[in-house]
Write a protein that binds this ligand. Structure first.
Ligand code: SAM
Length: 338
């Protein structure tokens, strides 16, 4: 395309109110967020993926970068990189596990890479974990290509290859102490800016949240992947999911923030939902259990530490006001873009 036709396209796009997707750099994996014009990509070692396959549900590939190591990509969206998967996965697992006095029965929904599962298994109170993922293809690929791919060998784990929402429909009442939902995003954006609904969409419905609440024991904890606060529509989603979790019966629902450089905007979060927040272990108990986890079972963490058990919920002021609806004047006065 000539410079002139680029200009013409740009003017046309501005007139039509559309953003022009950037062209993807060669030899890179990345995601374009048309809402913000944000495009993040990671340069790869080679044009050739380590593996690229298509399951019944999604495109699965593992690619490699010098800095980030191996990267799992589903439907074009980066799911994890060897360099920084510790932050997201440790924070999906430990704040939830340490919010319950003695978690025994745990359900992990999604997380086909096995990392959250391997973190849950570091807690020696755990006697049984049901792991439900839609796609055996992801598990097969991750078993072969990532270090934590041994988690499924633990005798406490039962793997179920099915839809997480369907599994919950048939789950018994008051059974699990902790449910962790490590799903992919409910939707993504196509290269030309259109919204693409992904298989995990069903995991964010009211009925599914109701089922989760029902399947949890009296002091049960539910933690789920809840997107970034840096994209306005995602923040709207966080507010809506929080309201939905409260309306199905959780008594406390808080957003925890995680730093992760390989995800768009470098930040993601989870919503921690508690049925009975008064039953949460004290700070001293969390420190004691964390010490036991390290010393007795020899299980280290590299991102999570007990201080984060509370401080992960400390948010920038404008985010806190938006999520907890403590705004006493229109949000537009403080944050034009929202
Ligand atoms: N850390 C990741 C992120 O947010 O980018 C998520 C990782 S994990 C690989 C996402 C998993 O959710 C995948 O293994 C996918 O197969 C699974 N998944 C998607 N929809 C699902 C559904 N309806 N039921 C169960 N698992 C589902």
């Amino acid at each position: 395309m000539t410079g002139f036709s680029h200009l013409t396209t740009a003017i046309m796009a501005i007139l039509q109110g559309a953003m022009i997707p950037p062209s993807r750099p060669e030899n890179a994996t990345g995601e374009y967020i048309s809402e913000t014009g944000f495009y993040q990509s990671i340069t790869l070692n080679s044009e050739e993926p380590i593996i690229k396959t298509r399951s019944k549900y999604q495109d699965i590939s593992v690619v490699e970068s010098d800095y980030y190591g191996k990267i799992l990509v589903l439907d074009g969206v980066v799911q994890l990189t060897e360099r920084d998967a510790n932050s997201y996965n440790e924070m999906m697992a430990h704040p939830a596990m340490f919010s319950h006095k003695a978690p025994k029965r745990v359900l992990v929904i999604g997380g086909g890479d096995g990392y959250v599962l391997s973190e849950v298994l570091k807690h020696d109170s755990v006697t049984h974990v049901d792991h439900v993922d839609l796609d055996g293809g992801v598990i097969e690929v991750c078993r072969e290509h990532f270090d934590w791919g041994e988690a499924w060998k633990d005798p406490r784990v039962t793997l179920h290859l099915k839809d997480g929402a369907e599994f919950l429909n048939n789950a018994p009442d008051n059974f699990y102490d902790v449910i962790i939902q490590d799903s992919s995003d409910p939707f993504t954006w196509g290269e030309d800016g259109e919204k693409v609904v992904l298989p995990s969409n069903v995991l964010y419905t009211y009925e599914h949240f109701e089922n989760i609440n029902r399947a949890l024991s009296r002091d049960g904890i539910f933690s789920f992947q809840a997107e970034t606060f840096n994209i306005a529509s995602d923040l709207t989603g966080i507010v809506a999911w929080r309201a939905q979790a409260l309306s199905v019966g959780f008594n406390s629902v808080r957003y925890g923030s995680i730093t992760i450089s390989s995800y768009p905007t470098g930040q993601i979060g989870f919503l921690l939902c508690e049925k009975n927040p008064e039953s949460a272990p004290s700070t001293d108990e969390v420190h004691e259990r964390f010490k036991i986890m390290q010393e007795v079972t020899g299980s280290e963490t590299s991102y999570y530490q007990p201080k984060l058990q509370e401080s992960t919920f400390d948010l920038p002021l404008w985010v806190e006001k938006r999520i907890y609806n403590t705004e006493d004047r229109p949000i537009s006065e403080t944050r034009d873009l929202l």
